[in-house]
Write a protein that binds this ligand. Structure first.
Ligand code: GLN
Length: 461
């Protein structure tokens, strides 16, 4: 298309690539007005790197390349299936954190490093020449390590060669699962608030999304509503436990209720369990381990959260062979294979002694206490979070009209970044009172954020 002389591009009205205002950047991605959003006006999707730097960088590459022939910038282009989505909220908020020098309790990435023994294993693998394409569905040692860990966690014995697929992070595992197993028009049930890639990937697959909202304070599954939504037309339920952004963990009773519905209506489950090792208040239960469920479940997980190595992007999908086939076919043509040396290091990571996981939980429990106590002292209503490294609060005691306005205030006036949750709902209105903070930061950073909030926001009683 770049070299085409066709006039089709020119028929589109060029949109000027002006820098976006704060509220435009944060306006929710469903085009629904939240009071301060840009309403119906279409906001150009721009590259994240343009947010805080120069005008030059705000031009997409195509506009720069072509400037000799046509001084008007080219219109941005995107396939219809993605046009309603904006730059991910995590990218936007991390850019704003840098721009405003704010403490980033938004995007969930640790500001401390992963364990030495895992980094050493990666360096060793690189030095040992393990640098060419990996086997498409994973280097054998990692497939085995994933299967071993799954057996320790769930008691399920899976064949590492036939039932484990290594992917580029869990986000790719989710995409490969959806694209490999969902046909256009298939109904898929999700629990709102949901991780943003779910809706975008389901949209790429042409799925029909049915959303069930988990409501504060407990974010329990409304079983009767679920029963009315899961029918013979449902192909899959896409769930996440421990749950991002709320920290809710699905109880055994809830999982049993889901299982019964799946058996009754022959429904698959795609279960995103990337926070399974960050379970504080109760034990994590994989739905695949419930009677009869392994045969209809794809369990999705990754290395990043458990080993504080979110940039490595090593994930996996565990499923019986008949489901693994679809997942692997999609994976084969999405990324084909994943970084070879990092996979070798991931195998070493997964063989960490149990004491590693205990220490991780202990460290995170201390961080969580600092943040939760601090948020409560500042005056937020903090909802209970049993797992993940997130906590959701009600910001309305501070009088802002919605989550986006609150986060804008928090960044500009207080110097702390949180994530507005309205982007995690089909109907953004449902999230307008809630914002998410992460505690995957060192204790000093968490304390400093609390101090900033106390100084600027402490409610006068
Ligand atoms: N999972 C991380 C979070 O929820 C962010 C991942 C991302 O930036 N895409 O904060």
């Amino acid at each position: 298309m770049l070299h085409s002389s066709s006039s089709s591009h020119k028929m589109l009205r060029p949109q000027l690539l002006k820098p976006l205002t704060f509220t435009q950047l944060l306006s929710n991605n469903k085009g629904v007005k939240l009071g301060i959003s840009a309403g119906k006006r279409r906001i150009p999707q721009i590259m994240a790197s343009s947010i805080s730097t120069t005008q030059q960088q705000q031009q997409p590459v195509s506009a720069q390349v072509d400037s000799s022939q046509n001084s008007a910038p080219r219109p941005l282009q995107i396939a219809k299936r993605l046009e309603k989505f904006k730059t991910t909220i995590f990218t936007q908020m991390s850019s704003l954190a840098i721009k405003h020098g704010a403490i980033n309790l938004g995007q969930g990435f640790p500001n401390f490093d992963g364990p030495e023994f895992v980094k050493e294993a990666a360096i060793e693998a690189i030095r040992a020449g393990k640098n060419q394409y990996a086997r498409g569905y994973g280097v054998p040692d990692l497939n085995s390590a994933v299967a071993d860990r799954f057996r320790l966690d769930t008691g399920l014995v899976v064949d590492p060669e036939k039932e484990v697929t290594v992917t580029s992070g869990c986000t790719e595992a989710i995409a490969a699962t959806i694209l490999g197993l969902i046909n256009p028009g298939d109904e898929v049930v999700v629990f709102a608030p949901f991780y943003d890639s779910y809706e975008a990937t389901l949209s790429m697959a042409g799925a029909k999304i049915k959303s069930i909202t988990l409501k504060p304070p407990n974010f329990s599954v409304p079983i009767d509503e679920l029963k009315s939504v899961v029918t013979k037309d449902t192909r899959a339920i896409l769930m996440n436990t421990p749950h991002n952004p709320t920290g809710k963990m699905f109880t055994r009773e809830e999982l049993e209720a889901i299982s019964l519905l799946c058996a009754e209506h022959d429904v698959l489950v795609f279960s995103d369990e990337v926070y399974d090792k960050l379970a504080f208040e109760m034990d994590h239960v994989s739905i695949a381990s419930l009677p009869g469920m392994y045969e209809r479940t794809v369990t999705l997980n990754s290395l990043g959260k458990t080993f504080s190595l979110t940039g490595w992007k090593i994930g996996w999908a565990i499923a019986p062979p008949h489901l693994t086939w679809g997942v692997r076919q999609a994976h084969a043509f999405l990324t084909f294979a994943t970084s070879t040396p990092m996979q070798h290091a991931a195998a070493a990571a997964l063989r960490a002694p149990e004491s590693y996981y205990e220490e991780l939980r202990r460290d995170y429990a201390a961080k969580k206490k600092i943040l939760v106590d601090g948020l409560e002292a500042v005056g937020f209503t903090v909802f209970p979070s049993s797992g993940t490294y997130f906590v959701v609060v009600d910001h309305t005691p501070f009088g802002m009209e919605n989550d986006v306005a609150f986060c804008e205030h928090l960044i500009k006036e207080v110097g702390v970044v949180a994530i507005p949750t309205s982007v995690f709902y089909l109907n953004p209105e449902e999230g307008k009172n809630l914002v998410r903070f992460t505690f995957c930061k060192d204790e000093e950073t968490l304390r400093s954020a609390v101090v900033r909030m106390k100084e600027k926001m402490l409610m006068k009683k």
